[in-house]
Design a protein around this ligand. Structure first.
Ligand SMILES: C[S@@+](CC[C@H](N)C(=O)[O-])C[C@H]1O[C@@H](n2cnc3c(N)ncnc32)[C@H](O)[C@@H]1O
Length: 347
């Protein structure tokens, strides 16, 4: 488990230089074209496929955020031959699925890595992709509706799906994954916590960064879709019948403050991830479920602006926890012998 504190770079003390390029401060990205249908609210575009609302927008700014999140995950596993997933599916998987694919970046990279596999990504909103490898298929659908894919998958992947489902829906999703994998196939999920942490006391207790995570988690709880998948997914996957459950813990630094090169790089990109993501992560939640009363759009803008300022303070050595879980669907012989053992125990 990666529970060692990340060592601070003592030479980083000003918000100037290569890690804080000027243009990071002007991330007022324009809303994309109106070709895609969707619901506009508070200046952001949301999916309209599902009757139930999904709290994060599907717009250019969010797609940029997903791309940055993808890079953070890749950098932190960059020493691995395959930084995209850890499930041991062998060199020749046939069918791979990415649930809630977002911009489709993971699915596209996996399709590039396994040109003989068919890699599907599914999402509520069409990803803005101009080119895709021929073996990658991005589809618009609700993962909670009936699955119509005919071929069983070698691997089903999900990343940052917190807030997408309530508890019974999560159960349904894991069961669907189980039912749609080949025997011996793998499920893999990566989640990050919205809570911002710090190991050396450099983040003031009174800072917004310090309270943001718990506050947004409370709002999501009121909405009925919690943001705690990082801590629940392993048990839920096990409960769904998967075996061989593995976990890998990560610290995703926020900002270029670490001394180690890999962490510095990851923190630099994660800083960008937060700058472009924060407004979209909280606008819907705070204007619907803020307490004691729902916030106005303007209040959210002020809040986000204050957070941005804090994020840019290099003396705060912040990070968020992330976790990867991968597990296997048992083979028929394992199921049969498990059943036999239960029968023996009952005698
Ligand atoms: C936070 S994004 C993560 C995107 C991508 N997995 C990544 O890591 O870059 C979660 C995605 O799940 C999608 N999503 C949420 N509920 C869904 C559902 N019921 N069916 C399909 N996609 C869903 C959202 O539209 C969103 O694009």
């Amino acid at each position: 488990m990666d529970d060692q504190p990340i060592v601070v770079d003592p030479d980083l003390y000003a918000t100037e230089g290569p890690y804080y390029p000027e243009d990071w401060q002007s991330e007022t990205t324009s809303i994309g074209s109106s070709i895609y249908r969707g619901l506009m609210e508070n200046g952001r575009r949301y999916q309209s496929l599902r009757n139930e609302e999904y709290l994060v927008p599907s717009d250019d700014q969010m797609f940029e955020t997903y791309e940055a999140g993808h890079l953070v995950a890749l950098i932190l596993d960059s020493e691995r031959e395959n930084p995209l997933f850890r499930s041991p599916v062998g060199r020749d998987p046939k069918h791979i699925l990415d649930l809630g694919t977002g911009k489709g970046v993971w699915a596209i990279d996996v399709a590039d890595m396994f040109p003989d596999a068919t890699v599907r990504g599914v999402d509520l909103f069409p990803p803005p992709v101009s080119w895709m490898p021929p073996n990658c298929v991005l589809e618009v659908d609700d993962a909670l509706q009936q699955w119509t894919w005919r071929e069983p998958f070698d691997l089903i992947h999900m990343r940052i799906m917190i807030g997408s489902f309530n508890e019974p829906e999560w159960e349904q999703i894991y069961k669907r994954c189980y039912d749609n994998l080949i025997p011996g196939g793998w499920i893999e999920q990566v989640e990050a916590s919205p809570v911002i942490q710090c190991d050396d006391g450099s983040l003031p207790a009174s800072s917004i960064l310090n309270t943001w995570g718990d506050y947004t988690m409370e709002c999501a709880k009121r909405f009925g879709r919690e943001l705690n998948a990082i801590d629940t997914m392993s048990d839920s996957i096990h409960k769904a019948g998967f075996v061989d459950v593995h976990e890998k813990e990560y610290k995703w630094p926020i900002g270029p403050w670490p001394r180690d090169k890999k962490y510095k790089e990851a923190g630099t990109v994660n800083f960008q991830h937060w700058l472009s993501g924060m407004e979209g992560w909280c606008m819907w939640l705070l204007t619907k479920y803020g307490s004691p009363e729902p916030w106005t759009k303007e209040e959210v803008h002020v809040y986000v602006a204050k957070m941005r300022k804090e994020l840019k303070d290099p003396s705060y050595h912040t990070y968020q926890r992330a976790r990867r879980v991968w597990a296997r669907k048992p083979r028929p012989d394992e199921l049969a012998s498990a059943e036999k053992n239960i029968k023996v125990e009952k005698q």
